[in-house]
Design a protein around this ligand. Structure first.
Ligand SMILES: [Zn+2]
Length: 201
């Protein structure tokens, strides 16, 4: 489960919920000062099983916070953790900015960019995760992107609760990705399972 605010997942503790968590600062989070938030994320890594740093990134609905993203990407690299990137509408900017960090392990989640930019993210070392919008017949851009991701970098997700009601809808996303790639459902299921394990452990 990804984090959207530096301390947001702490409330799950003590509820008997067993999840691997990520800690991050979503671009929609109404933040304070980057240094404070990065310190909060660092504190959130202590003593718990953290699978990734994220969400973090850029969203056209919110002012870009490049310094915050830079610091979180560097923190992830220093800790050997993957990042979960949220990028909506600012993919060109994101790629340009991420290139400053060299190779970056992680995933661009609920990918909404072009098939062309899939190559740029993959060249950076990133995985690309296809979300529920691929299920729509008219979603040509996402369908083309789903077909463009190399086998070893493909992931799937529901983006629940944003785009889907619940994670149980994942098989319908797998079905649509299989159609987009001309692959079998079983092949996509196995591929994305293996890729998720390799990335997040
Ligand atoms: Zn997101």
């Amino acid at each position: 489960m990804p984090g959207v605010s530096p301390t947001g997942l702490a409330e799950l503790d003590g509820r008997g919920v067993v999840l691997r968590r990520a800690v991050g600062v979503h671009p929609a989070h109404d933040g304070t000062v980057a240094q404070v938030e990065v310190a909060q994320v660092e504190a959130g890594l202590e003593g718990v099983d953290v699978a990734a740093i994220g969400e973090l990134g850029w969203d056209r609905a919110h002012p870009p916070r490049d310094a915050l993203v830079d610091a979180l990407v560097e923190l992830a690299k220093a800790r050997g953790l993957p990042v979960i990137l949220h990028v909506v509408g600012l993919h060109g900017h994101a790629v340009e900015r991420l290139r400053r960090h060299g190779q970056v392990q992680g995933v661009v989640h609920a990918y909404s960019g072009s098939a062309e930019l899939v190559k740029a993210y993959v060249a950076l070392g990133l995985h690309v995760s296809i979300g529920p919008s691929v299920r729509r017949d008219g979603a040509r851009k996402v369908i083309a992107a789903a077909a463009a991701v190399p086998d070893g970098r493909l992931l799937v997700e529901t983006d629940a609760p944003d785009q889907c009601a619940e994670p149980a809808e994942l098989p319908s996303v797998v079905d649509a990705v299989a159609r987009a790639r001309g692959a079998t459902v079983e092949a996509i299921r196995q591929l994305t399972y293996d890729n998720a394990l390799a990335l997040f452990g």
